[in-house]
Design a protein. Structure first.
Length: 413
């Protein structure tokens, strides 16, 4: 018997609650336990440098893991997918991270001891594989397993804090959690197991799709983490200030990356086109997310930042609204882009995030140079809004294209 609309809606709500619970648990531990522990131990200046190094992991590592994850979800629409192709792709990226980290060490952008450099490389690789590994639960729509996966990662972060305090090596605060998540999928899942059947001919379209998506994710992550990269030119304190002002909004945005897997997981099973009903749902959902998300993040910022970072609260509270609004708009655009990925072409993502990168350079760099942190906040808000607008315009365009093609097919018949 086919599933009723009511039953499907209840299942989607249930899946969303399981996945959100796991993601919130993991991110609460990371953002409100691990990061404050770094700040208390290292001080604002060194903490800003660590945030800068974490931004490079986000740009390089997370982009690769997410792109392989999304490529597999998109390819699963057409049938079974092989583990081998995606494992090889991630293996190639892992190998390329060796010279990347060595160059970072040679440039001495921040000082790291030899032990920290090795652990930083391992953390970058492990983060990438962990972001890919949750495809295990997306493919099967097993969101209870998804909750367990992120709960295990969160528990690993708690263990990592103890290691960090014992050794003073900051990457150890997160590395155990990433490794525990990967180990869980290796032991109880199938997505990371080599199942043979690899061939370069079949791998070529997989690599091409992953590369296109990587280009898009790289641009998106580069600008999303642009605050740490750009503000680091001012000083580490500026990085810390904007990080704290946008902390709640960034937490929502970080949750959005895995959470969008629920959207694409269900859309992969939807065989219809992007019609007017879906467009209205996208527009209405975007407006609701922006209003509710900004209000919740701003209120929560006043409550949490005043308690977790009392020494910084007075300096950053005036930035809560504008900083959180920018991050919520970014998160909302991500959900729209994932929907567009299902109905449109992968290169749409590059168009959107290419516009995002160009606008970021055109607005954020000169306004930061002229007005400092306040100028950056205004510029990044406008940049995120333009990104969302570009995604919505492409959704409308894709809907019209599909409608025209459908009408043409009916006319031919």
């Amino acid at each position: 018997m086919s599933e009723t609309k009511g039953g499907r809606a209840r299942r989607i709500v249930s899946d969303s609650l399981w996945s959100i619970s796991g993601l919130v648990l993991m991110n609460v531990i990371a953002q409100f336990v691990v990061y404050p522990a770094w700040n208390r131990t290292l001080g604002s200046e060194s903490y800003g440098s660590v945030l800068y190094m974490m931004s490079l992991i986000n740009v390089v590592g997370i982009s690769a893991g997410v792109s392989c994850n999304y490529a597999r979800m998109k390819n699963s629409v057409n049938g079974e997918t092989s583990n081998a192709h995606y494992i090889v792709a991630l293996g190639i990226v892992s190998a390329l991270m060796v010279p990347f980290v060595l160059v970072l060490g040679r440039l001495r952008l921040i000082e790291m001891r030899p032990g920290e450099t090795v652990l930083y490389f391992l953390l970058m690789c492990a983060t990438m594989w962990r972001y890919y590994a949750d495809v295990e639960y997306r493919l099967s729509l097993n969101y209870r397993g998804y909750f367990v996966y992120y709960a295990v990662i969160g528990a690993g972060y708690l263990a990592g804090i103890a290691l960090f305090r014992l050794t003073g090596l900051w990457p150890l605060a997160l590395l155990p959690g990433e490794l525990m998540g990967i180990a869980l999928v290796l032991l109880r899942g199938r997505a990371l197991r080599w199942n043979g059947g690899f061939s370069w001919r079949e791998a070529r379209p997989v690599f091409q799709a992953a590369l296109v998506l990587y280009g898009s994710e790289f641009l998106s992550m580069l600008v999303f983490n642009g605050d740490r990269i750009l503000l680091n030119w001012l000083d580490g304190t500026a990085v810390t200030s904007y990080y704290l002002a946008s902390l709640l909004g960034k937490t929502v945005s970080l949750i959005s990356t895995p959470l969008n897997g629920i959207i694409i997981g269900y859309l992969a099973r939807y065989k219809g086109r992007m019609d007017r009903k879906i467009l209205l749902g996208i527009a209405g959902g975007a407006a609701a997310m922006i209003l509710v998300g900004t209000a919740c993040c701003t209120v929560a910022s006043h409550v949490l930042i005043s308690r977790l970072y009392p020494d910084n609260y007075a300096d950053v509270k005036g930035l809560f609204v504008i900083a959180n609004l920018a991050q919520v708009i970014y998160f909302t655009a991500n959900a729209v882009i994932v929907t567009l990925l299902r109905f449109g072409k992968p290169y749409f993502n590059i168009i959107i995030n290419g516009i995002y990168a160009v606008v970021f350079c055109a607005l954020c760099i000169p306004m930061t140079a002229a007005l400092g942190l306040n100028g950056f906040c205004k510029a990044i808000l406008l940049t995120c809004a333009i990104r969302l607008l570009a995604a919505l315009i492409l959704c409308v365009r894709q809907s019209r294209i599909q409608k025209t093609n459908e009408e043409g097919t009916i006319g031919d018949a």
